[in-house]
Design a protein around this ligand. Structure first.
Ligand SMILES: Nc1ncnc2c1ncn2[C@@H]1O[C@H](COP(=O)(O)OP(=O)(O)O)[C@@H](O)[C@H]1O
Ligand SMILES: [Mg+2]
Length: 300
């Protein structure tokens, strides 16, 4: 099979390298492409997607793993890249995760709404573009977590102790057109759970312990420890991935005193730490799942 690994970086990162290596080992042909280098051509005779770096047609590949649309990009760049990836799908390239699911999962507010609609517990959350509303609600909710609507690796996620801190942060972020989510702080002694779901299976899980900040992200110094999930937590993680229509996902679960919540569902989770502590390589499961999807012939 001919497979694409799609990312923004000039060179593949560790997850992309795992995917490339695994695909080659399984006997597939693999090409690494950068989202910014993709060209869409709509001509009199039809449509094609070309890789600017090599002038190759990439719309004749069978499938692809989309790892990143790109960081710090404008709304127009995001829209352009979404459209081109969607064109790849329309040309018959099976993308994992499906583009529409990737777009929805990038939106933390929409993710929480979809999870909550499906009956999956999420922390109490407020989204507003009004500073007055944010201030008034913060008086009731503090301490609370402020987080960007688009974000990852814990960047820009702030723990605010009082309403005036919320006021100051929200005031500047609103000035730049960046409304932050306000979320109930779930105390869990600096730990949470990362469950890695592929298809309808949790392939590995770890407890993440914060070491350098109050956040558990590996990018923020969090350390992982392999664990076996209870049946209920496995089911919760699988359901969360399915609600988001993700073929693979990293589901973050926090166990607080008053309940267990899904914090977020990552559509392009990194796995270096998980692979290290759990001894499981997600790349193998992802490529195998993608190949099955290509063989089944169903398109998203
Ligand atoms: N409501 C919350 N209560 C407690 N801790 C939280 C909450 N939201 C986020 N965190 C902490 O902050 C980290 C990053 O938040 P998250 O929403 O997962 O954003 P990101 O996409 O940047 O990882 C989490 O891994 C967790 O440690
Ligand atoms: Mg997270």
């Amino acid at each position: 099979m001919r497979l694409l690994i799609i990312h923004e970086n000039p060179r593949p990162d560790s997850s992309c390298n795992d995917l490339i290596k695994t695909a080659l080992e399984l006997g597939h042909e693999v090409k690494y492409v950068r989202t910014r280098r993709l060209i869409a051509r709509l001509s009199r005779t039809g449509m094609e997607v070309i890789d600017y770096s090599t002038h190759d047609r990439v719309d004749c590949y069978d499938g692809g793993v989309v790892r990143s649309f790109g960081h710090m990009i404008s709304l127009s760049q995001f829209m352009r890249r979404v459209a081109i990836l969607r064109l790849l799908e329309l040309r018959g390239v099976v993308l994992m995760n499906p583009v529409s699911s990737l777009v929805e999962a990038r939106n933390k507010l929409l993710t929480l709404i979809k999870l909550k609609s499906a009956g999956i517990p999420v922390p109490e959350t407020l989204s507003t573009e009004s500073l007055r509303v944010a201030y008034d609600e913060a008086k009731r909710m503090c301490p609370l977590v402020m987080k960007p609507i688009i974000g990852s690796r814990g960047y820009g996620v702030v723990l605010a102790q009082d309403a005036d801190t919320v006021f100051n942060i929200m005031k500047s972020s609103l000035t730049y057109g960046q409304p932050l989510l306000l979320q109930e702080y779930v105390e869990s002694r600096g730990c949470d759970i990362r469950a890695f779901v592929v298809g309808s299976q949790v392939i590995a899980a770890m407890r993440r312990r914060a070491t350098q900040s109050w956040k558990t992200n590996i990018a923020q110094g969090g350390k992982g420890e392999a664990i076996r999930l209870s049946e209920e937590l496995e089911e919760l993680a699988i359901r969360a991935a399915q609600v988001m229509n993700l073929w693979y996902a990293g589901v973050d679960i926090v166990e607080g005193k008053e309940g267990t919540y899904v914090l977020e569902v990552n559509a392009s989770p990194e796995w270096r730490e998980l692979k290290h502590v759990a001894g499981v390589n997600p790349a193998k499961y992802i490529i195998e799942f993608l190949v099955e999807k290509v063989k089944s012939g169903e398109l998203p």
